[in-house]
Ligand binder design. Structure first.
Ligand code: AKG
Ligand code: FE2
Length: 311
């Protein structure tokens, strides 16, 4: 029996089974809503999530910098609240789910606060420049002091593998809403089962095939029919997805920001866990030598096109 067949012959934990069939798992009870609310008020107290986040157009044009504008070690607002994160990191269902998929030795790869910036907060000059860009990470345009959070004004369908060239899909994204997220608050759109084609280069080959359905092709690895799932939920809503699951957000149409937590958790190198059972069934590559073709060498967008806007 091949190693892959061998892995698949063991029964799947229900959470791993969700990953296998859907490419994601929603935690039925979420995490503690009071913990989420307490953290949210501390985050909101650090700054106004409005136009004051941004540089002026002249400031930006004097020295445009597109890389190194996300949270990093030593400049990560979530790390400053490390003592307030037990409601996520010690939640029994979260621990059980992560252990099933990644094994008992799972490791934190990255954690940060993500803000969906509302249309009302984006200066007019900036809206003009970024409309229809596939990835509107606004880090380049915010004042350097505020780059301890990631700011999005929508991001087209992508895999979180996009930031991990040459790395196997041995990690998951755990996403937590800190307040209710409705259809107007830039909820995550996931494409069900899209992980099945493995790693694929951004932007992705997606064609609308029904009101909520898409045909997704990954070059020579074939194609699959997928339906979109919109993750709306209450404070403490928690979900996680495979590094090859396509997902994105539309720009925030509400007049207030959407603030969430994003964790990347990885299986310990050299161990085997549920994720390997899932990966053994993928019909595409487990890693990519190039993950995206939408940026120039300085990191500026060179492609204008956006699929999630049509979702
Ligand atoms: O929160 C968002 O708007 C998108 C987040 C996301 O997909 C990411 O950070 O990878
Ligand atoms: Fe993502």
């Amino acid at each position: 029996m091949s190693a892959a067949r061998d892995l698949r012959s063991m029964p799947l934990h229900p959470t791993t089974d969700d990953f296998d069939r859907l490419g994601y798992h929603v935690f039925a009870d979420g995490v503690d809503a009071d913990g989420a609310a307490a953290l949210l008020s501390k985050i909101r107290a650090t700054r106004g999530f409005d136009e004051r986040l941004f540089q002026s157009e002249a400031e930006f044009d004097a020295d445009p910098v597109y890389v190194g504008v996300n949270p990093r070690d030593g400049r990560n607002l979530l790390d400053t609240f490390a003592g307030d994160l037990a409601f996520v990191e010690r939640d029994p269902a979260v621990i059980e789910g992560l252990t099933a998929v990644l094994g008992g030795g799972y490791q934190l790869l990255n954690r940060k606060i993500v803000c969906g910036v509302p249309a009302s907060a984006v200066p007019a000059w900036l809206k003009r420049r970024i409309t229809d860009n596939p990835v509107n990470n606004l880090g380049a345009y915010v004042k350097p002091a505020y780059r301890d959070v990631t700011y999005f004004y929508g991001i087209d369908f992508h895999q979180d593998l996009i930031d991990y060239k040459d790395r196997e899909a041995d990690f998951v994204t755990l996403y937590i809403y800190l307040h209710p997220v409705t259809a107007r608050d830039a909820p995550l759109y996931l494409l069900k089962g899209s992980h099945i084609l493995g790693g694929s280069i951004f932007p992705h080959d997606l064609a609308r095939s029904g009101p909520e359905a898409w045909t997704y092709r990954n070059g020579g690895y074939g194609e699959t029919e997928t339906t979109q799932v919109v993750l709306t939920g209450q404070a403490g809503f928690a979900a996680m997805w495979h590094a090859c699951t396509l997902h994105g957000t539309q720009p925030d149409a509400a007049d207030h920001e959407r603030i969430s937590l994003r964790y990347l958790m990885a299986r310990r190198p050299g161990t085997r866990a549920g994720i390997d059972q899932v990966n053994a069934a993928l019909n595409g590559p487990l890693s990519l030598t190039a993950t995206r073709v939408d940026l120039d060498p300085a990191g500026a967008a060179v492609l204008k096109a956006n699929t999630v806007l049509k979702a």
